[in-house]
Design a protein around this ligand. Structure first.
Ligand code: NAG
Ligand code: NAG
Length: 188
């Protein structure tokens, strides 16, 4: 009974709210077909991510640190911004298919554990101009790191899924790394 009353009160007030609008419509219901959302697809993408820290053209730059960062074995509190090339093969000269743009924060006191917030901005074929957004935890010395895909744009609108990151090569001296990515994304 109380529920029904609440429902009618809601209907009443939402009607009043609509009526007192100034002629502009704030919301409406749409059918998924009207946006051409018919069948959800699953795509698998595979590429290599190049993190270049040293040299004349670094793709990762440290932008912030806490007083503890320099003393921490895990660089806790450090923040870096990245704009890394994504290529079809593991060699840096391999065909460019996109870039990973975003940031890392060293968010673990006990191990190398990064919070990663980045967009994959693709340039290849029908994916050119489309993006996937990744937000996750990257324990860089683990064999496989899984991170969620939390959305996308262009052909990846409504995307959800996950990525698997595997270190392909890591230069202990420079910190430069090549990381293999497998992306599994549902989208329309
Ligand atoms: C950390 O070390 C770097 C390089 O030695 C130095 O430039 C920076 O000022 C230090 N930062 C802090 C917060 O102590
Ligand atoms: C991707 O799109 C941009 C902008 O429309 C265009 O300039 C560029 O040539 C395209 N790249 C490829 C590889 O299709």
């Amino acid at each position: 009974m109380a529920k029904t009353l609440t429902y009618f009160a809601f209907l009443f007030f939402s009607t009043v709210a609509a009526a007192v609008g100034d002629g502009h419509t704030f919301s409406r219901n749409l059918s998924p077909e009207s946006l051409d959302l018919k069948r959800e697809k699953l795509s698998h993408l595979h590429f290599y991510f190049h993190d270049v820290i040293t040299g004349p053209n670094p793709t990762v730059v440290r932008v912030a640190e806490a007083a503890v960062t320099n003393k921490s074995a895990t660089l806790f509190g450090g923040v870096a911004v990245l704009d890394d090339p994504l290529t079809v093969g593991p060699e840096p000269s391999s065909k460019l298919v996109g870039r990973a743009q975003g940031m890392y924060a060293a968010a673990s006191q006990k191990e190398f554990g990064l919070l990663m917030v980045m967009n994959f901005a693709f340039m290849e074929g029908k994916y050119n101009g489309s993006t996937l957004s990744v937000l996750g935890r990257n324990t860089i010395f683990s064999k496989v790191r899984e991170m969620p895909i939390i959305g996308g744009s262009g052909v990846f609108r409504y995307a959800r899924g996950y990525v698997e990151a595997r270190t392909y090569s890591f230069n202990v001296k420079s910190g430069d790394a090549v990381v293999e990515y497998n992306v599994y994304a549902f989208h329309y």
